[in-house]
Ligand binder design. Structure first.
Ligand code: NDP
Length: 270
């Protein structure tokens, strides 16, 4: 058929919301496409993706644990994918080559702007130095913050990540944190296991905005609950980032940009 095929690849994959989001975008923008879920067994990413493209796939999203495999497979990469060292979006180009992008960080910035969180000239704390932190640094730096401090449990990881950027970006351990931050972003996986990063209440309560990359159905995570209990004015989980990264992938594939607000209303009615 003429219907263009897309999919999300990962493991596990059955919980992924991407098919719902992209089908909604397609309907809203009048684009004729289908979007499925593909479970990737260990060691089969390259074959799975190449088979999908051979059978009419035009692009795909890539999630845990395949983002590095997608980075390696791409023939060319966006600056964001290069900086992240990971790819969440693949696109088959006109010449048949495979382009890799990473829309996670720009999806976050899109949501932070929507929520009017401090960015330009702001002092920003990023908690965590893993894959998610790596993926958001360049898009946040593009917003011209005053300073970015990366705090991580394994201090050497924060230091080596910060050293890839200008001296606006600093890496440290949790005990070395000082001063106040306008925006605190939790890019650690602590909320996944119901834990909290060891940040003093005094630091959290001085922030204007707290954003947790993790999202949940109720919009609450361990870290957003903590920030709410300390009366931080703006508190958000990462659901808008999920929508934002999907919108940017869709735009890369189809050349039209779905509307953010109608997607938020539909999928996050609370
Ligand atoms: P990684 O495994 O790459 O990194 C985990 C990070 O969390 C490391 O910095 C690690 O520190 C830190 N960490 C883990 N446990 C603790 C703890 N008990 N105390 C302090 N620090 C801890 O994970 P990712 O970067 O891939 O993912 C992080 C989060 O981002 C996840 O919750 C994920 O759901 C979310 N995410 C959300 C997206 C969205 O669209 N909303 C997109 C992508 C990710 P150390 O280095 O010391 O081990």
């Amino acid at each position: 058929s003429n219907t263009d095929k897309y999919a999300v690849l990962g493991n596990p994959i059955e919980h992924s919301m991407s098919p719902l989001l992209h089908e909604f975008f397609a309907q809203k923008t009048g684009q004729d496409l289908s979007y499925g879920r593909i479970l990737v067994e260990t060691g089969t990413f390259e074959k799975t993706v190449r088979d999908f493209f051979k059978n009419g796939g035009r692009g795909c999203n890539v999630t845990v644990p395949c983002k590095l495999d997608a980075y390696k497979l791409a023939d060319s990469l966006s600056d964001y994918a290069k900086a992240a060292g990971a790819v969440n979006t693949l696109k088959v180009m006109e010449d048949g080559s495979i382009y890799g992008d990473n829309t996670d960080g720009r999806g976050l910035v899109y949501d932070l702007k929507r929520l009017s969180c401090p960015l330009a000239d702001a002092r920003i704390l990023i908690i965590g130095a893993g894959g998610a932190a790596k993926g958001i640094l360049l898009p946040i730096l593009n917003e011209a913050p005053k300073e970015i401090v990366i705090a991580n449990r394994t201090v050497s990881k924060a230091q080596s990540l910060s050293s890839l950027y200008s001296d606006k970006v600093k890496g440290c351990g949790f005990d070395e944190l000082e001063g106040s931050f306008d925006l605190i972003i939790n890019a650690s996986s602590t909320s996944l296991s119901g834990e909290l990063p060891p940040i003093k209440d005094e630091i959290i309560e001085k922030a204007q905005a707290v954003y947790d990359l993790m999202y949940s159905k109720t919009a609450l995570t361990t870290f957003t609950q903590k920030a709410l209990s300390l009366n931080v004015p703006k508190v958000s989980d990462g659901f808008g980032m999920l929508i934002g990264q999907a919108i940017l992938s869709f735009e890369l594939w189809r050349g039209v940009k779905p509307d953010f607000d109608s997607a938020i209303k539909k999928f996050r009615p609370c």
